[in-house]
Design a protein around this ligand. Structure first.
Ligand code: NAI
Ligand code: MG
Length: 360
């Protein structure tokens, strides 16, 4: 039996509350499927660590984390102690860049018992995956300002698309689409307005598509695509996008499926040279931190994504099924947290899901 070594980084605020619920659910799933997970917890990437050491990370963080198969991350940010740009750039963004986690993956699924802000949508109507390029594209630091403060003031910022960078995220997206029942991939573009980089993106999509003849491929301009996410979310299966477009879609998608508290995400290095990082979409929620009422489902769902990445799709599906089963009981039948209109606590909801993992 292979042992998967997991680095656990709770971070700040509700990260410290939801991560233990995630670890318990993972441990129960591992027991059930005869998997061996070994968890080591770290206190860095947090405001507490920053207050003690004056930095967000120890100098040997990279060597330390490289020894792990995955990173199970809570949330970082405590603006009353550390400015957000310092905490984010000093930790999470270091992980993403140093470990070349070039895919940001966000499932968008309408769960039972959760009300969509879109009228008339039922569980099953919305179930797609947003694949965002996570290392280049529009988020480059290439550019600058000249003639500052004069009437000729000029500002430039470039989009960077490399063949390696575009092809690798497209390959990942096609592979994801190929292993899903609908085998459908949608590409986000804007080649009518952005007349150099986006036609290049489209070209590479077509080229990669020729290697995946079983995958049905279509493309939308980003503005129309945003509208269709709201009007016809059932049209989508896997959606691939550049860094900027993906950033927008990966917030819009989960927003269409209800509460922030249940949305998971993964930052993945598909080459598996470095550990991938699994974190809920939400942040440290200072407004509710310390009350024990944060929804742990986003964090637990991240655990399911992590099991899938580690090569255990059945265990991953079982854990996700337990989340769905508990949600389906509704606030009357399960200790759902206040964001789901219940009166349950983080610990109670986490426990209910862990029990369900054991019993289903
Ligand atoms: P947030 O996601 O922490 O909170 C937004 C709202 O959603 C709050 O009202 C909060 O109570 C609620 N909420 C969030 N997660 C919830 C959960 N699990 N259960 C129930 N309610 C939940 O975003 P905000 O307030 O903008 O940021 C707070 C801090 O978190 C900042 O320092 C920010 O930089 C950081 N942050 C970190 C992220 C990360 O680690 N990847 C992502 C987003 C924000
Ligand atoms: Mg965003």
């Amino acid at each position: 039996m292979t042992t998967h070594r997991i680095a656990v980084i709770p971070g700040d605020g509700i990260g410290k509350e939801v991560v233990p619920a995630g670890v318990s659910a993972l441990q129960a799933t591992a027991d059930r499927f005869g998997l061996s997970l070994e968890f080591d917890e770290f206190d860095f990437a947090s405001a507490d660590y920053w207050q003690k050491h004056g930095t967000m990370l120890p100098s040997d963080w990279e060597q330390t984390l490289r020894q792990y198969d995955a990173i199970f991350f809570g949330a970082v940010g405590w603006p009353s102690v550390v400015p957000d740009h310092v905490s984010l750039w000093g930790s999470l963004l270091q992980f993403r860049r140093t470990f070349d986690q070039y895919v940001n993956l966000r499932p968008c699924r309408l769960m039972p018992g959760v009300t969509s802000p879109l009228a008339g949508r039922e569980p099953g109507d919305i179930d797609f995956l947003v694949v965002r390029e996570n290392t280049e594209g529009e988020y480059s630091s290439v550019g600058g300002r000249i003639f500052e403060g004069t009437p000729r003031e000029t500002v430039l910022q470039e989009t960077v698309m490399t063949r390696v960078g575009v092809d690798r995220v497209l390959r990942f997206a096609f592979e994801q689409a190929a292993r899903r029942p609908k085998k459908h991939l949608t590409s986000a573009t804007k080649s009518n307005g952005i007349s150099i980089s986006m036609p290049y993106w489209d070209e590479r999509v077509a080229e990669m598509g020729s290697k995946f003849p079983d995958v049905r491929l279509d493309k939308f301009h980003i503005d129309a695509l945003a509208a269709q996410f709201v009007l016809h979310p059932e049209w989508f299966d896997v959606v691939v996008a550049s860094n900027l477009f993906g950033d927008i879609l990966s917030d819009l998608g989960p927003a269409c499926t209800g509460t922030l508290g249940i949305a998971p995400s993964a930052n993945i290095d598909p080459s598996r040279e470095a550990p991938s990082l699994f974190e809920p979409v939400h942040g440290s929620a200072p407004d509710i931190a310390g009350q024990g009422i944060a929804n742990p489902i986003g964090q637990i769902w991240c655990g399911s994504m992590m099991l899938d990445h580690l090569g255990h799709p059945e265990a991953a599906a079982h854990l996700l099924g337990a989340i769905e089963a508990v949600l389906a009981h509704g606030p009357a039948g399960a200790p759902l947290t206040p964001d789901l209109h219940g009166t349950g606590t983080t610990a109670e909801l986490g426990h209910a899901i862990t029990e369900c993992v054991r019993e289903r």
